[in-house]
Design a protein around this ligand. Structure first.
Ligand code: HEM
Length: 450
């Protein structure tokens, strides 16, 4: 059966539009073709976009889909054992090993660390000065990953790794580099995009393997970091993860968890400072926190939670969830799909359906206090057996960083000009020229956390 209708323009032209103006591209074609259409992006096989909640439910709950197979292009960077590229039993095994350290209750161990890293970063602010929001938050979320996930402390190894990871993330984030590396996947000459990436990855691998080896030989397993927990984890056959599996999952957690959180936080800070009524409501709610509050109290604040949800709704960092590829065939919204078709739950379009979210372009956190949404209507972290394993970590981190910054300072947007999202690799983020001015670094009151 033919694929659903969709834009008929040249596939290279569709690819350029998709890379440079993804939201405009999706909105234009969903107006014409509705909640399910097919895109043809350059050399990539046809991609079917699905935004209808019923269709998304079928994709998230069906057991006939693979996803890792559709993410194969990520293997080069993330490795063969990355959760993102696995399917079937191997995916289930890795997920079981990876999930426990991300359980909601375990987050408490990271609360003080996240607040401390934020305060250290804020100590560099100059009153009256301004800072570029996204790079600044990327610095914080990178440090959180290095300390809470990798379990590294200040020292030469952490410094080298931070530098190498930043270079890797920069070289994979522009639409141009993304397009070029898709086109030249087999070229490994040292000057080619793949060759450069390979050299960057070798440096990172050397540092990560050294850390894993050292911990194993010295039996250093007393830390509360996620790497320690992963090294101690055992599968059903009582087997630990190999060094290569650990390396692949660490890189996956970094790539999946660092920039996504930093970009969402940048949007949140933008909306909070662009809309005075949002700022006032949040300030009133934060004032209800007791003097020496527990980080868990921050996670329970309803308006702060609604601000984070609305931020994730309006400009979801991942436009699409991982592809769902039928192993045999599948019936979605009455349409028959052959084995191997790439079906994408479209997070952005689902979040912009007028029927579900009236006035979808308006930032209005109250909508999350007035009613609840099904996991097929609101899906910033994807769903089903591929749902993001970092949800609790990311939300907790976002709430703690926002609270620490808002209670310790007074900030304002450096410019009144409205901002537009820009492409950053496979994600979409606020532009790098979004700046905040530091009006005061006085805490509205001392911040003590247990
Ligand atoms: C605001 C921050 C974040 C957003 C918006 C986000 C979003 C997503 C989305 C949309 C997916 C694909 C889910 C699907 O296809 O159904 C995903 C997968 C994943 N995320 Fe996140 N994520 C965030 C933070 C994190 C963090 C902090 C970590 C870990 C440190 C993380 C680790 C992962 C992993 C390992 C997967 C692959 C899951 C699998 O394939 O089984 N993410 N994330």
């Amino acid at each position: 059966m033919a694929l659903p209708d969709g834009p008929r323009s040249d596939s290279s032209f569709q690819m350029i539009q998709w890379l440079t103006q993804p939201f405009e591209f999706l909105e234009r074609w969903s107006k014409q073709y509705g909640d399910m259409f097919t895109m043809h992006l350059g050399v990539i096989p046809p991609s079917v976009v699905i935004a209808d909640p019923e269709g998304i439910q079928q994709l998230f709950t069906g057991d006939q889909f693979d996803s890792g197979f559709g993410n194969a292009a990520l293997k080069f960077t993330l490795g063969e054992n990355s959760l993102l590229v696995l399917d079937g039993e191997r995916h289930q095994r890795q997920r079981k090993l990876l999930m426990p350290p991300f359980h909601g209750e375990r987050m408490r161990a990271y609360g003080s660390l996240i607040a401390e890293i934020t305060r250290k970063a804020m100590a560099k602010w100059r009153m009256g000065g301004s800072f570029a929001v996204r790079p600044y938050l990327q610095g914080i979320t990178m440090q959180v990953i290095l300390e809470a996930v990798f379990g590294l402390h200040e020292g030469p190894r952490l410094q080298r790794l931070r530098g190498a990871l930043n270079r890797l993330l920069e070289s994979t984030s522009s639409p141009l580099s993304m397009g070029v590396s898709l086109l030249f996947q087999e070229d490994f000459a040292p000057w080619s995009p793949r060759g450069k990436l390979k050299a960057q990855l070798s440096e990172i691998d050397e540092l990560l393997y050294a850390e894993i080896r050292e911990r194993r030989t010295e039996g250093k397993f007393e830390g509360k970091d996620i790497l320690t927990l992963l090294m101690l984890a055992r599968d059903e056959a009582d087997q630990p993860m190999s060094a290569q599996e650990l390396r692949d999952e660490l890189i996956t957690l970094l790539i999946a968890g660092h920039e996504t959180t930093a970009s969402t936080l940048s949007w949140a800070l933008y909306w909070i400072h662009a809309l005075p009524e949002v700022f006032e409501k949040l300030e009133t709610e934060l004032a209800t926190l007791p003097q020496d509050f527990d980080p868990n109290a921050v996670a329970q604040l309803p308006y702060l939670n609604a601000v984070c949800q609305e931020t994730l709704r309006l400009y979801p960092i991942a436009i699409l969830a991982s592809p769902r590829v039928p192993r045999t065939s599948a019936e979605i919204l009455g349409h028959h799909f052959e084995a191997g078709t790439r079906l994408f739950p479209c997070i952005y379009l689902a979040h912009h359906r007028e029927e579900t979210f009236p006035e979808p372009k308006r930032f209005r956190p109250e909508r999350f206090l007035e009613r609840s949404y099904s996991p097929y209507e609101f899906l910033p972290f994807g769903g089903g057996n591929r749902r993001c394993i970092g949800v609790a970590f990311a939300l907790y981190e976002m709430k703690l960083i926002l609270t620490t910054m808002l209670l310790h300072s007074r900030l304002a947007l450096a410019s009144d000009t409205p901002i537009q999202p820009v492409r950053r690799g496979v994600t979409v983020a606020p532009p790098s020229d979004l700046r905040l001015r530091v009006l005061s670094t006085q805490a509205s009151r001392p911040l003590v956390m247990l």
